[in-house]
Design a binder for this molecule. Sequence first.
Ligand SMILES: Nc1ncnc2c1ncn2[C@@H]1O[C@H](COP(=O)(O)OP(=O)(O)OP(=O)(O)O)[C@@H](O)[C@H]1O
Ligand SMILES: [Mg+2]
Length: 232
Amino acid sequence: MHIKLQDVSVNYSGKKVLKGITTTFETGNIVMIIGRNGSGKSTLLKVLAGLIDFAGQIIIPGKYSDISELTGYVFQNPETQIVGSTVFEDVIFGLENIGLSKTEMETRAKYVLDLLELSELKFFDPYYLSGGQKQRLAIASVLALNPEFLLLDEVTAMLDKNGKREVLNAVLKLKETNKGVLVATHEINLFLPYVDRCIYIEDGKIAFDGNPHDGAELYRKAATEKFKKMQV
Ligand SMILES: Nc1ncnc2c1ncn2[C@@H]1O[C@H](COP(=O)(O)OP(=O)(O)OP(=O)(O)O)[C@@H](O)[C@H]1O
Ligand SMILES: [Mg+2]
């Protein structure tokens, strides 16, 4: 399944922050989205989540009426996304508005909690979970809605070393289930060995799209150049 962007642009109060993005995303692979602070990574994910207005075109498969039906967005800080008073309730909460039967909701909850290795914590209060567990729960709750694409925005940034590993493993599980995964991140080394493709955004435009190692190298070079200029 594909999502096609054609000449997608975003303005924030007159300032262009995405400038004519043309690309395609497909299910079954992981795309790492890199670029300096303020380059437009989160804005791109928010467009794909259906959260903000844009100019240009997004083409989705005919059976969907809106991009938000195809995608699920996970934020940097899991605290802002967790609403249930138990792990299980948190997953169920999001499902209550989409008209599923009780059995169907429970089946989906079981599936995502098993997949992300949270079943043993089912009746725990999320407040007491570790950062990595909280972030896995945030991913599980979004995954329960069954989007084709997961949009992960700096989901490892606030975690310790173990938490980062846990979430990385969760991302790999998503790929196994044939979801499309877009990971906006500054933690290039963590994800690099596992991603299929890298998009490097510079000042609202795609500066590179392709082999992750080449993309990471280009980004590092640009960062070093910038650093050198700052020194003079
Ligand atoms: N709600 C907003 N209103 C106005 N400007 C915004 C808003 N959100 C983001 N911007 C601006 O849009 C540009 C792109 O921001 P964006 O958050 O997409 O960058 P990013 O690549 O995700 O950065 P970071 O690495 O810091 O997460 C920045 O200049 C930012 O200041
Ligand atoms: Mg961002």
